[in-house]
Design a protein around this ligand. Structure first.
Ligand SMILES: C[S@@+](CC[C@H](N)C(=O)[O-])C[C@H]1O[C@@H](n2cnc3c(N)ncnc32)[C@H](O)[C@@H]1O
Length: 295
């Protein structure tokens, strides 16, 4: 049973198309996770949210196949190898955490292939996956997707409008990330809310170039995740590729940005994250969003 919270008709004045959409999913995330041996770190039946403090390889294989409508994955980029970047005008180490240290080209590829295979198994036949990354990992992701016979739908160039300067002055300033959008396989009839995307783009077709600022201090008030994605990016992804009530999963959920977007747009959400510290931040962000909706 999908709770009333999800089924309520939406009232976004600037997004009239949403009110016309049907709720597609009749599955319930609490049924889906019944074979996962780990106890959820957090669950909220009213708002259809589940967070696991686990390795995604311990949770994904326990979910039924063909059960998830959309996956957003922001995996380790494997770029924490002693380099430097610029933050707030200062030179700082680029090391993001143990989880982001490269294991070498082959190991990184096998890791990528492994989680992408698990994700493909759980996606519904018409489900889609979005994967973000920089040059450190995105080519491995694209290659693995081809190996697994995903159907690549788009490669979105996310232009970070306000990137930090390049301190070495030996490269162009890094200012984009790629987000690959792919369907489960070549037979998928994927969902795309073309009309809404057009409406959100002044009634012109939405391009695959998205100009979106990196998250500001307001999105980081409950804790700083080193690779936090902007809510606007996830909001667009959720609205473009899911219907209200659909099931969204994030295997590397970090500070919970995908969960916030899912909650905001009344989708069900399963998040998996290794580090407790980031789950604490996610919880505070989710509770804030629930509070702002008055429960
Ligand atoms: C690039 S970050 C995701 C950031 C997230 N998109 C956000 O907006 O906050 C990747 C996250 O994956 C987590 N992680 C790494 N390996 C994992 C694994 N095997 N299972 C679950 N989480 C993992 C890391 O702790 C990190 O928080």
């Amino acid at each position: 049973m999908i709770p009333d919270f999800i089924l309520k008709v939406q009232t976004y004045p600037n997004m009239p198309t949403l009110t016309k959409e049907k709720h597609s999913s009749h599955r319930d995330i609490f049924e889906l996770v019944k074979d996962v041996p780990a106890k959820p770190y957090f669950e909220d039946k009213k708002h259809s949210l589940i967070l696991f403090n686990n390795d995604c390889f311990d949770v994904l294989p326990k979910l039924p196949e063909n059960s998830i409508d959309m996956i957003f994955a922001d995996p380790p980029y494997f770029l924490s190898n002693g380099g430097f970047t610029c933050h707030a005008g200062k030179q700082v180490s680029v090391n993001k955490g143990k989880w982001d240290v490269s294991k070498g080209k082959e190991e990184n590829y096998l890791f990528t292939l492994r989680w992408l295979r698990e994700c493909q198994r759980v996606l519904t036949p018409n489900g889609t996956i979005w994967v973000s990354g920089t040059a450190h990992i995105i080519f491995a992701v694209g290659y693995a997707m081809q190996d697994l016979n995903y159907k690549i739908l788009n490669d979105i160039a996310w232009f970070k409008v306000n990137p930090p300067p390049n301190l070495s002055c030996r490269y162009f300033t890094h200012s984009t990330e790629t987000v690959i959008w792919a369907a489960k396989n070549k037979d998928s009839k994927h969902y795309f809310n073309y009309e809404l995307m057009k409406e959100m783009n002044n009634n012109k077709q939405m391009l695959s170039l998205w100009s979106i600022k990196a998250p500001g201090t307001d999105e980081k008030k409950y804790g700083k995740h080193p690779t936090q994605k902007p809510l606007q990016l996830l909001d667009r992804i959720v609205l473009a590729s899911t219907r209200p009530g659909d099931i969204v999963l994030d295997p590397f959920s970090g500070s919970g940005t995908t969960g916030i977007a899912a909650l905001k747009e009344r989708r069900q959400f399963i998040g998996i994250e290794l580090e407790k510290e980031y789950l604490e931040t996610s919880l505070k962000r989710l509770k804030d969003e629930i509070h702002s909706k008055n429960g």
